[in-house]
Structure formats: C-alpha cells, structure tokens
Write a protein that binds this ligand. Structure first.
Ligand code: ADP
Ligand code: MG
Length: 691
C-alpha cells in the first residue's frame, strides 16, 4: 500500500492496535497527524544544566536518570514523593510535596527532564515546577543536540513518540507539499512547509526549530484571519439593521433617576452602543468588563433606547438565579420610569408564562428578562429590536443565534453580548473576528480591594473561627467546593458531608445552608433568597454561585481545593464578595502542590481580571479559559495568539492582501487554500455569519 498523509497510523511500522489506541488520545489518527504532532518544547546544551553545577536559589532544567524513589511523610501529614536523580556530573534529590501518586508514574531507571527552583532542604533539593518522563533508558544527555519534547500520554512515553516520528520522518516529509504562495511566505519571513516540518522534528538548533514552528503557526493564524475577512463579507450583506433614533426620552430620564454617577468607562460604552444602534447596520457588540464594573446599567441604556423606539428587548442570562436577580435589579432601577420587566424562566407558573407570551406577541415595547427559556418557548416577539446576552460564553453559539432570531418577520435585532471573563484584545479578535468590543476597565468608586490569602490545611480551625467572627459581626460567608471530574454528584457528596460536619463542628450554632446544581430551581431560589435576606449566615455551595450573584453583605469567600479551579474562575468567585462597604476576604484553603501554589499566587497578588486571564491562558491554554470549549470557535494547536502577536499581524496582512487580490480565491494557485478553508473551518464560518 502506498503511504499517504491520510494513511491510518495502524499501518505504520511500530504501531500496533494498542499503540494506535493510545495515539488517538493525542489526536493522532493518520500518518499526517503524526507528522503534525510537533514538540511543544526544546532543550539543548544551552538550557540543560549539569546537576553538579546547581546552586541553591537557581531555577534550572536538568536531565537525569532516577536511581531511587520513595514516599516520605512530613510533620504536617503531607506525603512527599522523592526521587534521586543522576547525570554524568552528580546527583540531586527531587521532591514533589503532596503528590504521592507519582510513585506510579516515576520508576527507577526512568530518565527525567526536570525544571524548577533549587532550594535548601538537608542539602540541595530540586522542586520541579514541571517534569517530563523521557522513558527508561532514554538518551540522557542532549549530546550537544537539541532535545525535542513531545506531548505524551500514559503508556506512551516521549521516548516512544520521538522514536516513532524519527523512524517515519524521512518517508513522510516528501509527501508534504507547500501550497501557500512563495511571496506570502517571504513577506511573512517564514520557511516553506517541508523545511519547517523537518526543522521542528529534527532541529539543528532551538532557533531553527522555532523558525520552523513559526511557519506552522503562521498558517493557523492565516486561516483565522481569512475566516474573519470572509465572515465580514458575509455579515456585511446580512447586517441591515434597525436605525434607532436617539430620542433621549427614556434614556435621559433614566440618567436623572440613577442613584449613582456613571463611571467614565460606562459613559464611553453607552456612547459606543448608542452610535451602533443609531447606525443602519446591525449592532454586534461585546460589552466586556470585569465583575462589578456595572455592565447591567450599560445594557439598560441600550434597552431603553430600543424601547423609546417602540421596540422590544430580550435579555438572556445563563441561570434562573441570575435572570431573577437581573429582573429584580432592573425592576428597582426602572421603577421611577414606570417600567416593569417581564420575567420568563422555566420555573415560572403557567399564568406568568402566558402573560409573558401575551406581551411578546402583542408587540408593545417591553423588556423580557429570562433564561434559555426565551429561545425554547414557542412564542416569538412581534417587534424584537435588541437581544442582550449576559455571560455570553455560557451559551453555545447556536443559542445566541436562536435568541437573535426570536423576532417575527424579517427584522433582525441588534445584538449586545456581555462577558465578565476578560479576554485580551488579540484573543478577542481571533475568537470573534467581526465583533466590536466595548470595555469597562474601571470600577465604580468606593470599592475596597478584597484581601486574598492561601491557607494550609493546618490553618483550617483558624479560618473557621474567622468565619464565625465575621458572622458575629453581622456578615455572611460562602464556602465553595469544586466540581470533581465535572461530576456534580461527587461534588454534592463532598459539599453535603462538609456542610454536616461544619454544622456539628466548627460552625455549630450558625445558620448554614447547602446550595448545589442538582437542587430544583425553586429550591435554589429559596436558599439564595434566604441568603440574600440574611436568614442564612454561611452558604456552602458547589460552583453554582460562580456567576453574577450579588449579596453585598457577604464578606468571606472560602474556596476548598482551590487548585482545581482555573484562575479566571477563582477571580469570578472572589467577585462575589467585596460588593458592599465592609472589608472582604477570599481564602484559598487547603494543601496544594508547589506548582499549584505558584499558579494561585497570581490570584493572591492581583485583582486585575485581565492579568489573571492572561496568566490563565499562559498556563492552561486557551481552551480552558472558559472551563469548556466554545463550539465552533477555531482553536489553535500550534499558534498562541497571545505570544505570537507579531506573527498574527503578519498573517492578517497576508490574509488581507490575498482577499484583496483574489476575493473568491478562484485562481488555481489559491485552490488548496480555498479547500482547506472550507474543509477545516466550514462550521466556524457558518457560525460567524450570525454569531
Ligand atoms: P457586573 O455585571 O459588571 O459584574 P453589575 O452590573 O452587577 O456588575 O453592577 C454591580 C453593582 O454596581 C450593582 O449593584 C450596580 O447597581 C452598581 N453600579 C453599577 N454602576 C455603578 C456606578 N457607576 N456607581 C456605583 N455603583 C454602580
Ligand atoms: Mg452582571
């Protein structure tokens, strides 16, 4: 059989059914996938230090063979996995506190690549921030060569993967053909494809490897930019919208009755939104602002502008609690104008839902606040002029589109998306392309910072005593448990047990209640209502409280197993406190590994959502930023839109030039580009059309 890039890996020498199964976990199905499985890191003689040369206080990378392992208990009851590692120059002790399970992953004779600080502990000890098990008997030196570190998986070591790629590389490379025009590559300063693939797998130097990688990253970025150009073309056609008139009737009155002064950022965002809405094209704008920056008020200005133009407004939130909270806030804020929002959620009574339906179908200006029930009910709006989507990333692209299509007739509403997850500008561009962004980069005055601290397990009693003291001072607290393995059921057990233990132990006498995702919506509401009204002192919860809940009297947020949360998630949780006048605290409780502790430092140090999101991205990759992948959003395997900003600019210029010269990619030399765009990005393209 002739080898092609599409040949399944099972047909390759060295790959049996078992290995093929393991390779699937790395998304390697074909020979081509194997070729595109590129190293995520390189080490060479200039980066790898000899063990003998390490000094206390250094932060270094070493490669060595494991000569012994063991698990030691510490005084604090923490179990430490230890290994002694040796290279030609000497030995060093390596310690992983709190990770006894490594005993199953690291064996004698294994060759490890280790990076981390060297500290003093009965002598020199390396505390790895990260490590790669290269496999037993792997070439333990870089021998002046560059060592490629590949993504591996359990049962398939870096050594095996490197061996597989090495043995097939010469056969596979000739099958690769460049299809990007040479002038484009020259302009971007990147090598041709075959050369690039050879360089990433078999680099002469780290610099050469990175140059090769830049070609592959450039390609990914190029397609995302092409996609956006294409989407812009499509949406421009489909973007005839309502031309609202800034009558300054409701909006001006709202401004007069607002109990506070708008921040500069709010004023600016409102101006941008009004300009969009009064324009003939449909608004498609993302209002982005950290927790507490006051997005709701800004959205209300948009809603009022629509209503004074006799249009209806749909305002969708991801949970019942949030929808109700919004309805309540909006009710309060708009009461002086005599406007009462309509609430539409799954748990409303039949009578209430009928009422909502009557209003929607009636076509009179109104503001309907709801959950995804808004897109599930049969009823449509007679005159939907504006769709507002809060916490937009919690909805699938399809749901967002469905809301925008809730109106009767051909009229398309303007769309305002809101998000509290700050996305760096370069990433927002690659994710949303044709989307305007308004940024609330300023908090309303008078907010105090939240004091954040990490506390070990041994300080648990003190933390509980602190909660008690705060409650006695009239405040309230949250204790949050993570979802374990995405399983609400296990988290529930943990939280339930904890709640019982707290009630009979350290928090006896306080009013505790449990809140979790498996409770019926009305039960959840009941608990939240009681917490809001001060009838509950301590809310023990799984992460269902993550978004948007506003209880100003709550001043303590204790997070259990903080290492299981993403930084952005923790930041959202912390945003639940510090909403009132009193000083607030966020305590990350429990013993975490060295690596996690370092990561969590970002939260302790910073309250800047952007900085936190950027750190989250750097550490966990962009797929994890939202806790789950947004369907249809193109993701990058090789490029990193944050780090590759210059390359991304080059790709944008190349994409623009290409489309300007050949808008339909009709020329024969662009045929492959067109094919790849269609095949690889078809769904994303379809979604961008409306998204
Ligand atoms: P976000 O949704 O952006 O996290 P909210 O819209 O819930 O923030 O606003 C948080 C709180 O701040 C609300 O109680 C809101 O009424 C209040 N708020 C909004 N804007 C201002 C302002 N300019 N000055 C004072 N308080 C404000
Ligand atoms: Mg909000």
């Amino acid at each position: 059989m002739r080898l092609t890039l599409e040949t399944p890996v099972t047909y390759l020498t060295g790959v049996g059914p078992r290995r093929a199964e393991l390779l699937k976990r790395l998304n390697i199905f074909t020979a081509g996938d194997l070729l595109w499985h590129i190293p995520h890191r390189y080490e060479d003689a200039t980066t790898v230090r000899s063990i003998n040369s390490l000094r206390i206080g250094d932060d270094a990378t070493v490669i060595g063979t494991v000569i012994s392992t063991g698990i030691l208990p510490t005084k604090k009851g923490l179990r430490v996995f230890q290994a002694v590692v040796q290279d030609a120059s000497g030995l060093i002790e390596v310690a992983w506190p709190g990770q006894p399970w490594l005993d199953r992953q690291i064996k004698k004779e294994d060759v490890l690549l280790l990076s981390g600080p060297v500290r003093f502990f009965h002598g020199r000890q390396l505390a790895p921030r990260e490590f790669v098990n290269l496999g037993a008997g792997a070439d333990g030196t870089t021998g002046g060569r560059v060592l490629s570190v590949y993504g591996a998986t359990e049962g398939l070591s870096v050594k095996v993967i490197r061996g597989l790629i090495e043995s097939h590389l010469d056969a596979l490379l000739p099958l690769v053909e460049e299809y990007l025009p040479a002038p484009m590559l020259t302009a971007a300063g990147v090598p041709a494809l075959r050369e690039a693939l050879a360089a990433v797998h078999r680099p002469a130097s780290v610099a050469a490897a990175l140059e090769g990688r830049s070609r592959l990253a450039f390609e990914e970025l190029l397609f995302v930019h092409l996609l956006h150009r294409k989407a812009r073309q499509l949406t421009r056609n489909a973007r005839d919208g309502i031309r609202f008139v800034n009558k300054k009737a409701l909006t001006a009155r709202f401004r007069e009755v607002l109990p506070f002064t708008l921040t500069k950022a709010q004023v600016r965002s409102i101006r941008e939104i009004v300009a969009d809405m009064c324009d003939a094209t449909r608004m498609h704008r993302l209002l982005q602002g950290d927790v507490g920056t006051g997005k709701t008020v800004v959205a209300l200005f948009a809603a009022l502008l629509a209503m004074e133009n006799d249009q209806q407004v749909a305002f969708m939130a991801p949970t019942e609690l949030l929808a109700e909270q919004h309805a309540r806030t909006i009710d309060r804020l708009l009461a002086p104008l005599g406007i009462v929002p309509v609430l539409l959620t799954g748990s409303r009574s039949a009578a209430e839902r009928r009422l909502a339906a009557t209003r929607m179908e009636g076509g009179e200006p109104c503001l309907v606040v709801g959950t995804h029930a808004l897109v599930q009910v049969k009823t449509a709006f007679r005159a939907l002029g504006l769709a507002i989507i809060d916490e937009q990333h919690r909805f699938g692209v399809d749901q967002r589109r469905a809301l925008a299509e809730r109106g009767m007739g051909p009229q398309k509403p303007d769309v305002l998306l809101m998000s509290a997850t700050p996305i760096p500008r370069s990433l927002a561009l690659t994710m949303y392309g044709d989307l305007d962004v308004s940024l609330l980069d300023e908090r309303p005055p008078g907010r105090k910072p939240v004091t954040t601290a990490m506390r070990p397990e041994s300080a648990r009693a003190k933390v509980m005593a602190f909660i008690r003291a705060q409650v006695e001072a009239g405040r309230q607290a949250y204790i949050v448990y993570p979802l374990v393995e995405e399983s609400e059921k296990i988290a529930l057990t943990a939280a339930t047990t904890a709640c019982e233990e707290l009630t009979s132990g350290p928090l006896a006498g306080l009013r505790l209640a449990l809140l979790h995702g498996r409770m019926a919506a009305d039960e959840k509401d009941e608990v939240m209502r009681r917490f809001r009204d001060g009838a509950i002192d301590v809310l023990v919860a799984t992460t269902v409280i993550e978004v948007g809940i506003d209880v100003p009297n709550a001043t303590v947020m204790v997070v259990e197993h903080p290492e299981r949360f993403g930084l952005s998630q923790l930041h959202q949780l912390r945003g639940r406190v510090g909403r009132g006048a009193a000083e607030s605290f966020c305590i990350l409780l429990g013993d975490v590994g060295a690596e996690a502790a370092e990561r969590l430092q970002v939260i302790v140090r910073s309250e800047d959502g952007f900085e936190i999101a950027r750190a989250d991205l750097a550490i966990r990759g962009m797929g994890d930023l939202f806790g789950e992948r947004q369907s249809g959003v193109p993701t990058f395997r090789i490029a990193d839109p944050l780090k590759d900003e210059a390359l991304s600019d080059a790709a944008r210029i190349a994409a623009d030039r290409l489309v300007d010269e050949d808008p339909d990619l009709a020329r024969p030399e662009h045929r492959r580009i067109k094919q790849v765009l269609r095949r690889g990005y078809g769904r994303a393209l379809e979604l961008f059309r409306v998204g």
